[in-house]
Design a protein around this ligand. Structure first.
Ligand code: N01
Length: 496
């Protein structure tokens, strides 16, 4: 491995460095190999691949997108055990893919990147790891994930609480919940999975709800052996099945994010029917009725959530949290909720649009200044003007609200490897998207946001503090993937 001098310590050089070994980073590695680019490293700060599926192991953790779609199109798995697989099964799938595509020679674990800086003269990125190790690369693929760092609100009195506090994304399996009093704060996608999973074993479960979610039924079924055998023998049958799921999510769920569309109205009716058909107690129904438009926050899928809330040992609290106490929580209506364990299902610090470390682009200008605020801008979600040879996976405005995120990230991996191949093959020093191309793209997307329910007035992680959506793509996944088919050098400023 050649070494380049600039850092205090000699740097390890690769043509390409991929940061992160989750679904996106592994996909990028596979594509780089297929493109014939072999000198690359995938740097991962943890000790295994998998990203979100490595980190989230809370009881009930599963994907709410059907597994036949929530998997790589080029590596279909006929053996998914259920329609919506659990986190352990998805994690095993990612590990298998890394192994099968020979990525272990490229993976380096325990390397967390702390800073990145572009050297204009040489067209090289300098990356510094948390332990001071130095890396250089002609191109960087930033695949750090969007929902990684748990966000635990700083409630008053947290230090006074004598029990255990754990976030859903950092589940402590050493703590048994059997027979304990448990409070779960939050009613988002993670909470609605963990609540039904733990409700039968705990003595008392208090669900602390700030906003009621819309929850649609989840048709989760164990998949029959006949189906697995058929898919193994006839892969095209599995491809057809996958396409049918995509068509349903694109045709029925995708357009429902258009504010007040007939599909949105229909989906709202279905979600409310789902709740009312299960919950007979009028007071509880009122608590569980959302007070915002459907789709404004993520629509959730679960068939066991409402039944869990009707259990005798479960209560739904809608008063706000005033503070943590020695023995639990004090609510804003003055009541005390006793708890041995408090689960914070309070979501993540969003870095969908910004890496969790400083990135200095050309002429020494930080990415944060280029973006001029918290919201990210990137052409097609992958390339930012003034940040040459740097490509985002799952960058700004590339998250889906309705289908598998892998449709987006696969398209990105293809596009990015084309760009990197051009950079390396033509021996270019730097390529950075033209500022006007990026700006026009960004304005077009933001204009389309006005017609979505995401900006219809609720608080959600989709929006930044200015109410702008820099996380989701306001269109269909197929539209996005088609737009990513070909990298066009003419859209980029080139330094030769
Ligand atoms: O987090 P969230 P999540 N006091 O931010 C509440 C993905 N995911 O971990 O709605 C009281 O959605 C907050 O209340 P409110 C998926 O993309 C996917 O559940 O802001 N409550 C909300 O109820 C998802 O969208 C799967 O009023 C507070 C909850 O905490 C994303 O991860 C499974 C509070 C946070 O919900 C995040 O989901 C799981 C406070 N101070 C997750 N602060 C799949 O199946 C926050 N809350 C693919």
């Amino acid at each position: 491995m050649p070494q380049v001098e600039k850092h205090a310590r000699p740097a390890i050089h690769h043509d390409v460095i991929v940061i992160g070994a989750g679904f996106s980073g592994i996909n990028a590695g596979i594509r780089l190999k297929q493109q014939g680019i072999t000198d690359f490293a995938i740097l991962e700060r943890a000790d295994d691949v998998g990203g979100t599926w490595r980190d989230n192991t809370y009881p009930g953790c599963a994907c709410d997108v059907p597994s036949h779609l929530y998997s790589y199109s080029f590596e279909q798995n006929p053996d998914w055990s259920t329609t919506y697989s659990g986190s352990a099964e998805i994690q095993a799938y990612i590990q298998r893919c890394a192994e099968k595509y020979g990525l272990h020679d490229h993976l380096q674990f325990g390397v967390g990147i702390a800073a990145a800086e572009f050297d204009d003269a040489r067209g090289i990125w300098h990356l510094t790891a948390e332990d001071g190790a130095c890396y250089t690369a002609r191109a960087v693929v930033c695949a750090v994930g969007g929902l990684v760092e748990p966000a635990t609100p700083n409630f008053a009195g947290m230090d006074d609480f004598k029990g255990e506090i754990m976030h859903t994304a950092r589940w402590n399996h050493d703590i048994s919940l059997a027979g304990k009093k448990v409070a779960v704060i939050g009613t988002g996608a993670s909470a609605i999975q963990v609540i039904p999973a733990i409700a039968p074993e705990v003595a008392q479960l208090s669900v602390i709800q700030r906003s009621a979610p819309y929850v649609l039924p989840k048709l989760d079924k164990a998949l029959p052996d006949l189906m697995k055998t058929t898919f193994r023998r006839l892969p095209f049958a599995q491809t057809a099945f996958r396409r049918a799921i995509l068509a349903i999510t694109e045709g029925l769920v995708g357009p429902a994010v258009i504010l007040n569309s007939p599909l949105a109205t229909g989906m709202k009716k279905l979600a409310l029917w789902n709740m009312r058909s299960t919950v007979k107690d009028a007071a509880l129904r009122e608590k569980l009725t959302p007070d915002y438009e459907i789709g404004c926050k993520r629509v959730l899928f679960a068939s066991n959530y409402y039944p869990a809330l009707t259990r005798d040992n479960v209560t739904v609290e809608t008063a706000g949290i005033e503070r943590f106490t020695e023995n639990g929580l004090r609510l804003s209506d003055g009541r005390e909720i006793e708890a041995d364990v408090i689960v914070t299902a309070t979501g993540f610090k969003i870095n969908i649009a910004s890496p969790p470390f400083p990135v200095i682009g050309e002429n020494g200008v930080p990415l944060a200044d280029i973006w001029d605020g918290p919201g990210g801008k990137a052409y097609k979600g992958v390339a930012t003007a003034g940040v040459p040879n740097w490509f985002f996976m799952l960058g700004p405005n590339t998250g889906p609200g309705h289908t598998s995120v892998l449709i987006y990230t696969e398209a990105q991996a293809r596009y990015i490897t084309q760009a990197i191949a051009k950079l390396l093959d033509d021996e270019l020093t730097a390529i950075a998207v033209k500022p006007d191309i990026m700006q026009r793209y960004h304005e077009k997307l933001q204009n389309r946001m006005r017609y979505t329910s995401w900006t219809s007035g609720c608080q959600s992680w989709y929006l930044d503090e200015h109410g702008e959506n820099h996380t989701l793509f306001p269109g269909l996944a197929t539209e996005y993937a088609l737009s990513m088919r070909r990298f066009k050098l003419g859209e980029y400023e080139v330094v030769r």
